[in-house]
Design a protein around this ligand. Structure first.
Ligand code: SF4
Ligand code: SF4
Length: 185
């Protein structure tokens, strides 16, 4: 049997906590009916970025895959040719997969990427009903084509030379002339 204080005062104090909480601001989020924006640097789904003419920034170097602690990334690189150019340099990522059953969204892969090809979006709705659908292919991860971009393969369409292209001194050049220049190089 407790003391007189424990028998009478403690229950009153307990209800006091209940009543105090009843009048506090509710913090429950009504997800999925109301979707609140995430923090700006929230680590969500990845994105493979493009240059302003639509070519891919990924050079298939696999550094992201080596940096990944969960072994969630699979990359196969390949060489660009004069007829089929997917990225401005020598190499591009022919196969690119991220397995979201393994990914812990830590962001080490985007730190490792030398070309800023790989970044993370704020998208967090990654649940699905099959294991296969959670292995994202390159086509799922590539950034959408914005106005002024063209779907690769195509030659570098902007800037007088590679220096202009990478420095961002961009003006549009004739695609046929670019193809001829590449063939001669
Ligand atoms: S976010 Fe982390 S776990 Fe996910 S693919 Fe990148 S390195 Fe791997
Ligand atoms: S995303 Fe970046 S690190 Fe990964 S293969 Fe492409 S260029 Fe290399």
């Amino acid at each position: 049997m407790g003391s007189l204080k424990e028998q009478f005062w403690d229950p009153v104090a307990g209800f006091g906590v209940t009543f105090r909480t009843m009048f506090r601001k509710v913090v429950t989020e009504q997800y999925p009916f109301e979707k609140l924006p995430t923090a700006p640097r929230f680590h969500g789904r990845h994105q493979l970025n493009r240059w302003p003419d639509g070519l891919e920034k990924c050079i298939g170097c696999e550094l992201c895959a080596w940096a990944c602690p969960a072994d969630a990334i699979y990359v196969e690189g390949d060489s660009n040719t004069e007829d089929e150019r997917f990225s401005p340099g020598e190499r591009y990522g022919r196969v690119y997969q991220i397995n979201y059953l393994r990914c812990i969204l830590c962001g080490l892969c985007i730190e490792a990427c030398p070309t800023r090809a790989l970044t993370m979006t704020n998208e967090y709705e990654l649940a699905d009903t099959s294991r296969e659908s959670l292995i994202y292919e390159k086509s799922d991860l590539l950034a959408p084509l914005l106005p002024g971009m063209e779907l690769p393969p195509h030659p570098m369409l902007l800037g007088a030379d590679e220096g202009d292209y990478y420095r961002g001194n961009l003006h549009r050049i004739d695609p046929d002339a670019a193809t001829e220049a590449e063939a001669e190089a």
